[in-house]
Ligand binder design. Structure first.
Ligand code: GLN
Length: 399
């Protein structure tokens, strides 16, 4: 038999999606894969019903319907403070997942180096493999998840083609400060490097933190490929609607990569989301408040259960330190937690490049009732914990 592509030998299964299957197997509350269990704004779902009758049902323009591109640039101008040409500087994609892949394939040649902060959202590893790029990992050091400036300078000295910036960050909940962004921007300019952003949590930032768009910093629009999505902002993760904003010369090429990969995002959904983009500013303010409340509710539950964590500043994830319960495998811990306590989390090791396995990631994009039930279950964690912890390398003769 012929062999499948060697490209795949570097691939592992997505641990996030695997944890969803484990959650379903044990009937656990799924705080692993990050998606809401509440409905999108009714303006969007009502429009979707109408579109079933009126269409569109056929292909849209490959880089996104005119109306959607216009609505997106209007909204992003307000938040990014940048005027974007809807014909030349934006491509609508199938989620930010495709946006990131297209961005990488558009700028990277095989063997180009790409800086990735670790811990990182696991898709960036696969994006690098598929585009032939070689990641240079720069640690975001727990518990504050700051980077060491000298380590970043050393990474830039290796002349990378691009730096990937997930801000607000999945999985850490870090919101990069203006000083940090300016430091990165100066290096990107000095070493002539692109910045590829993943800003899907741009509207989920808790006060007093504010999201600053890399593309909005002086001299950065030219070299920034801004990727984002409508998934998190409008609670429509299954619709797979995302986009890339960048200068015309990059978008020209990204359009081709996107066209040959997918032809385009689903036409009826591109139309149905339009009332969402027309929502007033108060919608985004309320979204912030909603997630701030959910964060505080969940963190209080973690406090009550005596669990240690780093307080998220944005996005909807929290990294919990499990060193007290295991000196072995966070993966086994997560499986135990789903099975015995009934709450699913993602093992932190799937995000870290370093050998760090004392974190697990929960998300809190759930109805209050779901979070309250999860908190109740987490309150039983200590009494259910086997003596000596969940998994002990020495017990298994692996020390
Ligand atoms: N971004 C979400 C997470 O990190 C969902 C990822 C996915 O499965 N597409 O959990």
């Amino acid at each position: 038999m012929p062999q499948i592509s060697s490209r795949l030998s570097g691939f592992t299964e997505s641990v996030i999606r695997k944890m969803t299957r484990i959650a379903n197997k044990y009937g656990a509350i799924n705080l692993s894969q990050g998606f809401p269990d509440f409905d999108p704004p009714k303006e969007i779902t009502e429009e979707l019903k109408k579109i079933a009758d009126s269409g569109p049902h056929q292909y849209e323009i490959t880089w996104g319907s005119e109306k959607l591109r216009e609505a997106l640039v209007k909204k992003q101008k307000k938040f990014m403070g940048i005027s974007i040409d809807p014909d030349k500087e934006i491509v609508v994609t199938c989620g930010s997942t495709e946006a990131m892949m297209v961005a990488m394939m558009t700028v990277c040649n095989p063997k180009d180096k790409v800086i990735v902060f670790s811990p990182f959202y696991e898709n960036y590893g696969a994006d690098a493999i598929l585009s032939g790029a070689e990641p240079i990992y720069v640690p975001l050091k727990p518990p504050s998840f700051e980077f060491d400036k000298q380590e970043l300078i050393n990474a830039f000295k290796q002349k990378p083609k691009a730096l990937i910036l997930c801000n607000p960050s999945n999985p850490t909940g870090k919101v990069f400060s203006k000083d940090e962004l300016l430091f990165i921007a100066d290096l990107a300019k000095e070493y002539d490097t692109f910045v590829i952003t993943d800003e899907v949590y741009e509207h989920i930032v808790m006060k007093p933190f504010e999201h600053i768009y890399m593309a909005s910093l002086p001299g950065m629009f030219e070299r920034t490929i801004s990727c984002s999505s409508l998934s998190k902002t409008y609670a429509i993760t299954g619709w797979r609607l995302g986009y890339i904003i960048a200068p015309e010369n990059i978008i020209d090429n990204a359009k081709k990569v996107h066209d040959f990969l997918t032809v385009g995002a689903a036409a009826p959904l591109q139309a149905a989301v339009l009332p969402g983009l027309a929502l007033p500013d108060s919608y985004y303010e309320e979204l912030r408040e909603l997630y701030t409340r959910k964060r505080d509710l969940f963190l209080k539950g973690l406090d009550d259960a005596g669990l240690k964590y780093t307080k998220p500043q944005g996005a909807y994830y929290v990294m919990v330190d499990i060193s007290e319960f295991t000196n072995g495998s966070d993966t086994e811990f997560c499986e135990w937690l789903a099975k015995e306590v009934g709450v699913a989390a993602v093992p932190g090791s799937s995000f870290f490049r370093e050998d760090i396995n004392n974190f697990i990631r929960f998300h809190f994009a759930k109805k209050d009732d779901t979070l309250i039930e999860a908190i109740k279950r987490l309150g039983t964690l200590r009494e259910k914990m086997p003596k000596g912890g969940v998994y002990n390398k020495e017990d298994k003769g692996e020390s």
